[in-house]
Design a protein around this ligand. Structure first.
Ligand SMILES: [Zn+2]
Length: 57
C-alpha cells in the first residue's frame, strides 16, 4: 500500500485585518438595509440623520 502523501499545506493568504470600523454599518435607527454614509470622521444616515463619530485609532 503506497503511502499517500498529504499535499503540502497551501500557503494561506494572510487574513486581512479588518478594523471594526471599516465594516459598513447599518443605521441603528433605520435598521439593516440602511447603511451609514462614510465620512472622514463620522458615519451618518442619510435617511434619518443619525450619525456617529468615529473613534480615533
Ligand atoms: Zn437612519
Amino acid at each position: 500500500m503506497a503511502e499517500e502523501k498529504k499535499p503540502a499545506a497551501k500557503p494561506t493568504k494572510p487574513k486581512k485585518k479588518v478594523k471594526p470600523y471599516e465594516k459598513r454599518k447599518y443605521c441603528p435607527k433605520c435598521g439593516p438595509g440602511v447603511r451609514l454614509g462614510e465620512h472622514a470622521d463620522r458615519r451618518s444616515c442619510g435617511k434619518c440623520g443619525y450619525f456617529e463619530s468615529k473613534p480615533k485609532a
